[in-house]
Design a protein around this ligand. Sequence first.
Ligand SMILES: [Zn+2]
Length: 138
Amino acid sequence: MPLSSDHHTLLRRRDELRQALAGIGELRPGSLKSRYRKCGKPNCHCAREGDPGHGPHWSLSRLVKGTMHSRAIPAHAVQDTQRQVEECHRLRELTRELIEVSDQICDAQLHAHRPSVSKKKRVLLPSSARRSPPRSNA
Ligand SMILES: [Zn+2]
């Protein structure tokens, strides 16, 4: 099969993905959450009905070997952390697509380089073919 324009589209997309991967920033696995809490003091504003409580308090949660780990993220770092979390998602998405595109490229190369069976002797056996046993040195 000659290399089609389809194939060139794949190669171009692969290069784009590699370039995007090279530009990936810092990575934060997990998810960023904010919550408000009540301090429990009866005279505090948070004790009033409808008051959201104190906060937001930000934390980064991450499941490690079945256990949820959580760390506090100070307010000044929330924006950066948000970006790092998103970057982590972006990396996974880029990686998934790159594998997919690369797989198709490999497929196309496989077909392009397939030897024609009619002209040559049968050199390549199908993978299901019986392997010859190692020769014994008798
Ligand atoms: Zn309070």
